[in-house]
Design a protein around this ligand. Structure first.
Ligand SMILES: [Zn+2]
Ligand SMILES: [Zn+2]
Length: 357
């Protein structure tokens, strides 16, 4: 019977990870030597030796490596490998942590005025507790009826309400006004121009026709990016990935059930070039089921010279803490704090949104 895991592959994987982490050579060698000693050995013999404890009689196999082999043969991920994976890249963790610490606010959040689960006040208080200086409230626009998108009238009422809430919030924190406006089929934005001009921050996203063919989707996105009202291009590809950490659900998760959706097809280089030209920031959406854009596209946007916004797209207060996921992915791609618009103060951010070309 073939073993459930390949012990040699596990030994080599461990060696690779130790090398990448710049660990002492002798440690790496122990795993590479053991892999070499066992290469070509019939599975039955390996299993027998693991059972009677004679693996260590082989030149190049020590106690630690023998234990890894026994665990692999039993179908388990070796404990050594598991620990290594769990703690690898401590340098990177430091970078992601630094990026997270540099963030001073969140530019994409929802309240119960659209499809969020909580009142604006609760979202704001959670943001205060997280140490944010501002929270941009970006409820949906009218066409997104499933998400109770705000009509122009309701948005005007929301602006009055936000002004009231702001007056009661601790000093040094404020809710900035905003919208997640639908990018319509022709690339226009789903809200009145005069209202868009009044808002502090405008995030624009595609929520419909995600399977449209490439040239159509590219034209649509280029038109939106060229719109002077659009400050941040939200969840760029619209994809939904299946992986989703256990326990990641909340009252505001309506419409965000685990399901997968392919990336929409568009000319990413053309869109990112336009974002750089018009100084429109590319969102790094932190939601675990979105992880949008994928890392390869974050790298391309970075090469194109784009700015970024690392946002949660939170639909509940606890989700405001998801920024760390976005920071981790941004750090992996080499995005530095000076390229991220929400490392700025509220004043700098609003000065940017109102003075962009
Ligand atoms: Zn959206
Ligand atoms: Zn959203």
């Amino acid at each position: 019977m073939a073993p459930a895991r390949d012990p040699i592959a596990d030994l080599r994987r461990i060696a690779f990870l130790l090398e990448r982490a710049n660990e002492a050579t002798y440690r790496v060698r122990a795993f590479r030597s053991a892999a070499k000693a066992l290469a070509g050995m019939p599975a039955a013999e390996m299993t027998e030796r693991a059972a009677n404890g004679t693996l260590t009689e082989l030149a190049g196999v020590g106690d630690v490596t023998a234990r890894c082999v026994a665990e692999s043969l039993a179908g388990e991920e070796p404990v050594y490998l598991r620990r290594l994976v769990a703690t690898e890249g401590s340098d990177l963790d430091a970078e992601a942590t630094a990026l997270r610490a540099a963030l001073r606010g969140d530019c994409h959040t929802h309240s119960d005025w659209s499809d969020g689960g909580s009142p604006i006040e609760e979202m704001a208080l959670a943001a205060v507790e997280l140490g944010h200086e501002y929270l941009v409230l970006t409820d949906h626009s009218p066409r997104l009826t499933v998400a109770r998108g705000l009509t122009a009238d309701r948005l005007r009422r929301q602006l009055d309400h936000v002004a009231q809430v702001n007056s009661a919030l601790p000093e040094g924190f404020r809710i900035l006004t905003g919208i997640e406006v639908d990018i319509l089929a022709d690339g226009s934005l789903d809200q009145d121009d005069d209202l868009l001009a009044r808002l502090d921050v405008v995030v624009g996203s595609v929520h419909s026709g995600l399977k449209d063919e490439r040239s159509k989707m590219t034209r649509r996105m280029l038109a939106a990016v060229a719109n002077p009202h659009l400050d941040i291009l939200g969840h760029v590809t619209g994809r939904m990935v299946s992986s989703r950490p256990a326990g990641v659900t909340g009252p505001g998760d309506r419409g965000h059930r685990a399901r997968t959706r392919a990336e929409s097809d568009f000319d990413a280089d053309a869109v990112f070039a336009a974002c750089a030209e018009h100084d429109t920031a590319v969102e790094i959406n932190s939601r675990p089921e979105r992880q949008d854009p994928p890392k390869r596209l974050i790298r391309r946007a970075l090469e194109a010279g784009c700015r970024f916004a690392i946002n949660t797209d939170a639909h509940a207060p606890g989700q405001l803490d998801w920024q760390r996921f976005g920071c981790e992915r941004a750090a992996l791609c080499g995005v530095s704090a000076d390229r991220v618009v929400n490392t700025w103060s509220a004043e700098q951010l609003v000065a940017w949104t109102h003075n962009r070309p």
